[in-house]
Write a protein that binds this ligand. Structure first.
Ligand code: BEZ
Ligand code: FE
Length: 292
């Protein structure tokens, strides 16, 4: 087929999808075809490469279950999830500068974490080094938001989430905390450590074949919400964690990296007597108003 006919082919397929009745789906498919054809031509895709790609997608589908969402993992390592997160936050916040940056949700969120009283421990009995988290939730102008909710989840000190430790897991290192009248929160958990993304499937094979790191830097997840404000799904990353600059899913944002100060055994800021080393850290979350 001549170059001219390759262009014609692309236009023909784009037109086939972009019917008036197809609406937004037609728009998306037509653009996908445009970029997919351009990519195919740019790399001069060989038949065996095309087939290998299709076999990879087939395997990705075959291994996928609700608890093992391999296609979402593929989207994560392609940076596609992070791109959608970033576009969504910009759209929902109408680009208001100053809101806490969002990042990927990941596959380990579990709805229904227990409400833990202010200052409580969301990781009672979980392996890891204790860490005391404090901070505020405010609006973008810095006004405190009382009653804001932090829905928190974290791996343990060895990098495992509860759902990875058992086929019938019970919740651990998860909890909901509400800010007080001054918009302040405090809770105990562990200092999170780096861990590998699930890598025993086709996405893991792809990462190894392309010599990419499969690790995520240490982080704790949270969804932060408050009445009248745009909720944010985000993380706090541990400063100096290994892999901070090679996050396998591109979720790290500099604005979300926080120091965890080490403390010798002794009396913690809330009066708890600690018999082993512990850490303290602090962060101020800022939420954008819902636009009228
Ligand atoms: C996570 O941080 O929990 C995660 C995010 C994306 C892929 C795998 C894990
Ligand atoms: Fe995580």
């Amino acid at each position: 087929m001549s170059d001219y006919n390759q262009d014609l082919l692309t236009q023909e397929v784009m037109k086939a999808f972009a019917t008036p009745q197809a609406g937004r789906l037609g728009e998306i498919m037509s653009s996908l075809v445009k970029h997919l054809h351009a990519f195919t031509r740019e790399v001069d895709l060989k038949p065996e490469e095309w087939l290998a790609g299709l076999q990879f997608l087939t395997k990705t589908g075959q291994i996928s279950t609700e608890r093992r969402p391999e296609f979402i993992l593929l989207s994560d390592v392609l940076g596609l999830s992070m791109m959608v997160v970033s576009l969504t936050q910009a759209r929902e916040s109408k680009s208001i500068v100053g809101a806490t940056e969002a990042t990927v949700e990941g596959p380990f969120y579990w709805e229904g974490a227990p409400e833990v009283g202010l200052g409580g421990n969301i990781a009672e009995g979980v392996v890891g080094e204790p860490a005391y988290y404090t901070g505020t939730v405010t609006d973008v102008a810095g006004t405190p938001l009382p009653g804001a909710l932090l829905d928190l989840w974290s791996g343990d000190g060895e990098g495992n989430y509860d759902v990875q430790l058992s086929a019938t897991p019970s919740m651990q290192a998860r909890g909901k905390i509400r800010t007080d009248a001054q918009g302040q929160f405090r809770f105990w958990s562990i200092r999170p450590t780096f861990y590998p993304i699930p890598s025993d499937g086709p996405v893991g094979d792809l990462m190894r074949a392309t010599h990419r790191s499969i690790n995520r830097p240490g982080h704790i997840h949270m969804m932060v919400s408050a009445e009248g404000h745009v909720p944010v799904t985000t993380h706090l990353f541990v400063a100096n964690s290994p892999y901070l600059d090679q996050d396998a899913v591109f979720g790290k944002r500099d604005s979300l990296v926080v120091a965890f100060a080490p403390h010798a055994p002794g009396t913690a800021p809330d009066g708890t007597v600690m018999t082993k080393q512990y850490y303290t850290t602090s962060y101020n979350f800022r939420l954008a108003p819902v636009s009228a």
